[in-house]
Ligand binder design. Sequence first.
Ligand code: F6R
Length: 364
Amino acid sequence: ELGGYEDFMLKEIHEQPAALQATLAGRLDAGGRVDLSELGLDLSGIERVVIVACGTAYHAGLLGKSALERLARVPVEVAVASEYRYGDPVGDEGTLVVAISQSGETTDTLAAIEAARAFGARVLAVTNTQGSLITREADAVLLTKAGPEVGVAATKTFLTQVAALYLLALGVAGVRGARPAGELEEIGRALRRSPEKVEEGIELLGERLMSEAVGVFAGARCALFLGRGQSFPVALEGALKLKEISYLPAEGYPAGEMKHGPIALVDEQCPVVAILGEGTLREKTLSNVEETVARGARVIAVANEGDAAAERIAQSVLPVPTVPEILSPLVSAVPLQFLAYHVAKARGLDVDKPRNLAKSVTVE
Ligand code: F6R
C-alpha cells in the first residue's frame, strides 16, 4: 500500500499533483472556463457566503474567502465550526453556506450546517468522501477527488479543498460578471496547469535543501510561521502541520502583527518560517522578517526560485515555482508539509499516527 514510500504522509504529499488533476478534471476546460453545473445550484443569487470548517479545512476556507472576495466580489465570512454552531448566526436565504470537511463526518461541521439551516441558508458541502454524512445534509456537493488519505495530518485533501474553492470562486465570479471573462479564463488556465507546478515544486525540493531546513530546527523549542495575504492561511497550515506531527509549539501569524506581541518570542531557538509570496506583500513580509533577524531569529524562507533577498536573509530557502499570485498557496503549502514531515522524522516520531489525534472527529 505504501508503494515504496516510508510513510503514508510522504506518499500522500507526492500524490498531490494527481489529486489536483482529478479534482479539476471535467470542471475546467482547456480554455480555462469553469463548469460547475454538476452542483445544480443557482450561483447568481448568492448575496453572501459563510464558510464553516475545522482545522486544516478551516485554513482552506480562509483561502476560499480571499479567492471569492477578490474574484467574485461577494462578502465571505469564515468560521470555525465549533464556534459557529453556538454563535447564534445571522443570515437569510441569500446566504450560501460552504461546509468543508475531508471526512464528511466531523460533528461540529455538521452542527454548523444545522445552525445555518435555521435561517434558511443553502448548503454546499466540499468533501472528499462520497456518501458521508455531510453529503446527505447538504443541498449540493463539490467532491474533492484526492483519493483516500491515511495519514492523520491532512495534506492532499487540503490542496484539493483549496483547488475546489478556486473553482467555486471562478464559477461564482463568472455568473456574476464580477470580473472580465478573459481575466477569469486566464486564472482558470493557470489553475489547470497547477498540478504540473506542484510537481515541479516537489522536484525543486531536493534532499540537500530539506536537510538544510531541518538543520535550522536543531535545538528549536518553538517556531513562528509568518505570511501576509494569502500566505497567512498558508502560515497557519504550516504551523498546524508542524505541531501535529513534531509536537513543537508553533504559531502562524500575519507578518504585520509581529510587533504587536509575538516578536517577544524570537530568539535563536525559535526559528521563523517566512512565506514570502509575491507582489507588494512580499516586500512587506521581508521587512517584518528582517526585524526578526535583527533579534537573532534563524529563518527559513519559502520563496520563488532565485529570490536574492530571500537568500540574503534566510539560513535556508525552500524554492517554489512561479505561478499567478492568486494560486500561490497551492505551491507554497507543499514545502511546509515536507518541512513538518522531515522535522518529525528527525525526532524519530510516527508521522502517520501522531499522539492524541484521530483522523476523523465524530465527537464534540
Ligand atoms: C489536520 C487535520 C485536522 C482536520 C480537521 C477537520 O491535519 O487533519 O485539522 O482538518 O479535523 O477534519 P475534516 O476535514 O474531516 O472535517
